[in-house]
Design a protein around this ligand. Structure first.
Ligand SMILES: [Zn+2]
Ligand SMILES: [Zn+2]
Length: 365
């Protein structure tokens, strides 16, 4: 278990991401988890804090450099080898005390990283991170009709998978594997002294305790590769904007979850009110005054004939029962809202006709 979530993972970007990509990822996530959009949701608030923190560090070239340096030394690696915390007073829960008392000069080459280091190790309890670390989040846009009626959409996700060349051990085919000289095979190294010692995965062997004579050419010894994974995702009928669906075991190394957040695209014709769908249909003045029959498309794609009675008003709604969204055994209706189009230009003859009508009807203008 890492001491702190990996900032790159937090933002869902690769470690080679450009500042632009980092900003984009941040904006997308920040919008989604902003407290204004998630009132009374402490998890969203916490996530928002993490996203902001990750962005603060990674968008600052100087801070990012320092962070990358620390990260290379395994301070945040997900290998879990250094999980058993800090050994200080109070055990892992006493992490806050650790950050205050730890002598950073013990770190030697980490000089000057004081603030960053303590902010990384000091802040959070170790409990809430296991699940989140293995989680890949993907925002998926779906057409209005697919959201309303249900369906399937293809999604491409960047996930880490076990390297197919080396099977995860990081060794080139045929390479000999020997005990790591850095950690003497323990897989961990310790910073600091005494009760404040911190154990971390060994940066040379990445916690494996063994090193190959030659690194795997496919993954450069990482043991895993980033791949674009294509999935068909089922969209349940009546899916609303912002709905989250968890796909178990579809993420990192086939273990982590993928959380899909649906974004429902607006439709040109339909909009939604609960389980009802509303559509606007224009009619002309003669239809409004004299009555008419109009053709209307339903959500399911059928065309039905709707009778508009004489004297129909602009904005009046007509219900087509049972043609709305079906969800959990309930079914909404379709409402047709008619908009009366007033002619913009009249010929002199047409004007005369309207004047004659006004006189007959006794209306003044
Ligand atoms: Zn490999
Ligand atoms: Zn090692």
């Amino acid at each position: 278990m890492p001491a702190q979530r990996d900032y790159y993972q937090t933002l869902g970007v690769s470690e080679t991401a450009t500042t632009d990509e980092i900003k984009k990822a941040f904006r997308r996530l920040a919008k989604q988890y902003h407290p204004d959009r998630n009132p009374n949701n402490p998890q969203a608030a916490e996530r928002f804090k993490e996203i902001s923190e990750a962005h603060d560090v990674l968008s600052d070239a100087e801070q990012r450099k320092k962070y990358d340096q620390l990260r290379r030394y395994g301070a945040f690696a997900g290998s879990g080898a250094g999980g058993k915390g800090y050994g200080g007073p109070g055990g892992p829960g006493g992490a806050g005390g650790f950050s205050a008392d730890f002598d950073l000069s013990d770190l030697g080459s980490f000089g000057g990283l004081g603030d960053l280091f303590s902010s990384i190790f000091g802040r959070r309890g170790p409990d809430s991170e296991v699940e989140a670390d293995e989680e890949v989040e993907a925002a998926v846009s779906i057409p209005f009709r697919v959201a309303a009626l249900g369906g399937k959409v293809p999604v491409t996700l960047p996930v880490s998978e076990v390297c197919p060349t080396c099977g995860g051990n990081g060794a080139a085919p045929g390479a000999t594997i020997s005990t790591c000289p850095e950690c003497k095979g323990r897989g961990t190294i310790s910073f600091g002294q005494g009760s404040f010692a911190v154990t971390r995965p060994c940066p040379v062997c990445r916690g494996k305790g063994k090193v190959p004579s030659q690194r795997c050419p496919t993954c450069q010894g990482e043991g895993e590769v980033r791949v674009e994974k294509r999935l068909m995702i089922t969209v349940p009928p009546g899916t609303e904007d912002g709905t989250r669906v968890r796909l178990k075991g579809q993420g990192t190394r086939g273990r982590g979850d993928v959380v899909v957040v649906f974004h429902v695209e607006p439709d040109r014709f339909f909009r939604r009110e609960g389980l009802d769908v509303i559509c606007v249909v224009p009619i002309n003045v003669a239809q409004a005054m004299l009555g008419s029959k109009i053709k209307v498309k339903t959500l399911a794609g059928r065309h039905i004939v709707l009778r508009v009675p004489p004297g129909t008003q602009h904005g009046q709604r007509f219900r087509i029962a049972g043609q709305g969204i079906e969800k959990n055994g309930r079914r909404g209706d379709q409402y047709v809202e008619v908009h009366v189009a007033i002619p913009e230009h009249l010929t002199p003859e047409e004007q005369a006709a309207i004047r004659a009508y006004a006189e007959k009807a006794g209306i003044r203008y």
